[in-house]
Design a protein around this ligand. Structure first.
Ligand code: PMP
Length: 399
């Protein structure tokens, strides 16, 4: 008897597969725009100065490695709550937010999905079309039926806001709605503050349940500005919702797997009860999270000096991405492709470039430039050394 003789081979992650193909490519001009990672001007993942400094402090004051509580490092959870909701949020003062450290933003999504599937067993979830590929998979794995709502308008390269409102308006009360707080992945198309207010009113009127995914706080306009969606939904008087956040990008801590799930409940007692449920879920998956990433983030956020260093570095990353967007558009115009001006209006690391699968294939085959088949490019993988080359190649395949 052989148990594993007939196991089906499932396809690998398409984006990680792209990186494997890029790594195997020996052409010296190769560029990988398929990733979801911020690279600095020298093409490396930055080790932030604030992170480096707290790491040295922690090493000098080395501590024994006991288990963290099931829901993580308390100082980390407190600092995260304040960053995500704003220090002065009435929700915090009322004790209505239960925050748990998780294994990256992905862990927050999955623990949140398990929680909601348990508390709202008949709910479906609606995700934007398109969305980060893993959203469908994570919520599907937690037992949700996943539907989508109109989001992107390929003609304007922005949000199809009327289509979005129309689709949200048709959802059954009690449906969970997944919303990208900012820097929408994969499109780069975000809602304005006025549009968020309209969405919040609709969610409230239709009794829809907001699940906010905030993986890029600080990557578009600033920490507070990028958190606007969270505050607007709270201010609309929606009494229960969840936020999954990640420090992978904002602290450049990808491999430390550090994020958090924050659950907003109608009052402090309900928040405690929900937290007990979250802890039970975590206990049965990985028991408790790891220490290092949380110690780094808490150490930086809770030190006035290091926090200032971090905020300056985050500003540097954000401004560099904006400059790369402008540089790309300028180079595209110079190369005879003026139709890409919309790239300046998109937010965060990604742009839905409008490139077709055939054009993406040509970029790979003729220029060793790797992009996702949907046309998603990572602007944060560009630098002054490859910008003109990429623009010329894109202009060539666009003719
Ligand atoms: N949500 C979105 C929209 C993302 O783009 C990502 C990361 N690419 C995540 C969640 C997951 O973040 P993490 O890497 O911290 O698990």
């Amino acid at each position: 008897m052989s148990f594993f003789a007939n196991v089906e081979l499932v396809p690998g992650d398409p984006i990680l597969g792209l990186t494997e193909a890029y790594n195997a490519d020996s052409r010296p001009t190769k560029v990988n725009l398929g990733v979801g990672i911020y690279y600095d001007e020298s093409g490396r993942i930055p080790l932030l100065r604030a992170v480096n400094r707290i790491e040295q402090q922690l090493a000098n004051d080395a501590k024994p490695r006991g288990y963290l509580p099931i829901d993580g490092l308390p100082a980390y959870n407190q600092a995260t709550r304040e960053l995500v909701f704003g220090k002065d949020s009435p929700l915090l003062a009322a004790g209505r937010v239960a925050t748990s450290q998780t294994i990256g933003g992905s862990g927050a999504l999955r623990v949140g999905a398990d929680l909601l599937h348990k508390l709202l067993p008949h709910a479906t979830i609606a995700i934007s079309n398109p969305s980060w590929e893993n959203h469908r998979a994570v919520f599907g794995a937690a037992g949700f039926d996943v539907v989508d709502y109109t989001y992107f308008d390929a003609a304007t390269h922005g949000v199809d806001f009327d289509g979005m409102l129309a689709d949200l308006g048709k959802l059954q009360p009690g449906t969970v709605v997944l919303l990208h707080a900012c820097c929408h992945n994969p499109t780069g198309a975000d809602l304005t503050v006025a549009q968020w207010k309209q969405v919040a009113e609709l969610l409230k009127d239709r009794q829809l349940f907001p699940f906010i995914d905030m993986a890029y706080q600080g990557f578009d306009k600033g920490i507070s500005e990028d958190g606007a969606a969270v505050r607007i939904i709270a201010e609309a008087g929606i009494d229960s919702f969840v936020v999954a956040n990640s420090y992978s990008k904002s602290f450049s801590l990808y491999g430390e797997r550090i994020g958090a799930l924050s659950v907003v409940a109608p009052d402090a007692n309900a928040a405690k009860a929900v937290q007990s449920q979250v802890k039970r879920i975590i206990r049965t998956i990985y028991s408790s999270p790891s220490n290092h990433g949380a110690a780094l983030v808490a150490g930086v956020l809770n030190s006035a000096e290091l926090r200032q260093v971090w905020e300056a570095e985050l500003t540097e990353m954000r401004e560099r991405i904006h400059a790369l967007r402008h540089g790309l558009v300028e180079n595209l115009v110079a190369a005879g492709a003026p139709e890409y001006a919309f790239i300046n209006d998109q937010a965060g690391m990604f742009s839905y470039s409008g490139l077709s699968r055939a054009q993406v294939d040509r970029l790979r085959d003729e220029f060793a430039i790797y992009a996702v088949g949907t046309g998603r490019i990572c602007v944060a993988a560009l630098n002054q050394g490859n910008l003109a080359y990429v623009a010329k190649a894109v202009a060539t395949v666009s003719k």
